[in-house]
Design a protein around this ligand. Sequence first.
Ligand code: SAH
Length: 360
Amino acid sequence: MSLKARIAALIEAQGPMSVAHFMTIALLDPKDGYYATRDPFGAGGDFVTAPEVSQMFGEMLGLWVLQAWADQGCPKNPRLVELGPGRGTLMVDMLRAASVEPDFIADLDVVLVEASPVLQALQAEKLRGCGADVSWQAQFDNSLSDRPLFLVANEFFDALPVRQYVRTPRGWNERMVTTLDGELNFTLAPVPVPLPAIPASREAAPEGGVYEHSPAALALAEDIAGIIAARGGAALIIDYGYDAITGFAETLQAVGGHRFVDALDTPGEDDLSAHVDFVALAQAGRRGGACVSGPVTQGAFLATIGLVERAEQLMKSHPESAKDILSATERLIGAPQMGTLFKALAFTPPSVTDVAGFAA
Ligand code: SAH
């Protein structure tokens, strides 16, 4: 039975499901979920992420982590966690750059949080012989709270499930996935949600306006911030998303073969994601007790921590690749590409307020 047919059967048995529930199944179903069954990255896949654009991205992030560690007095037994490591490229590039500081690497515990067994295997292959002590977990949990936590998440939070609420004359009604003539369809829950569920900042929404909310993302951000506040460390979250409310449109999107497709058509075949609400993520970080820096644009962040200088240095030592290095730099920091749509946000302990890449 196809994943779509299984979802339809579940809805017929139990009633309409939230958009968040649908996203979770479509992305992570152990048998047919999108991430559970494939390597979606790169030119032959569905999308290209920053670490796959250039090794410079991971190198700069590795140096950022090193700087945060040094700023906090080089704590013993640091742990480096990556959420959703994809092909493992970012971690390999970070570790290579961070190896300039043997004391950091010496007692470093590396943990990759990855739900997909297919991608875990790919990451293990990539990290073989990297010299660090690496282990895997399917999800972030409290076992990661006993050491200073250095954490990086690139294009991870956009994959976390969102619930959607639509403004109606009766209030806000949750958008659900249901079945109609054997197809999957969106519908609205008949009863509006109780109002405290919707922030006051959304009051101005016109009828039909959408509010997206990711309880999973916010709970995770708060947990991470809490560990960093208590144990030390730093988190860097990079993703595409918004740092202000500029409208009330939905951002849930489905991408297959580098093209936008219908989210309900072929669940498990396409990547589903939603823009990250950086305002809510920053609030969650503060609730967890961390100092929150940003959001700033990815372009500003990377330029401030020295990506352009690194590119110039690489172009000098590899003149034959100068054109590629230049176009990768443009792609990472240029406004029309990843530079402005993508944002960076950092959590540090409350005592650490001057964070590299984020103007004070
Ligand atoms: N960071 C990588 C990959 C981004 S794609 C890069 O920049 O190239 C999202 C990654 O998160 C994939 O590795 C996917 O399998 C993983 N993932 C998605 N949802 C997850 C979840 N709920 N728990 C753990 N891993 C998840």
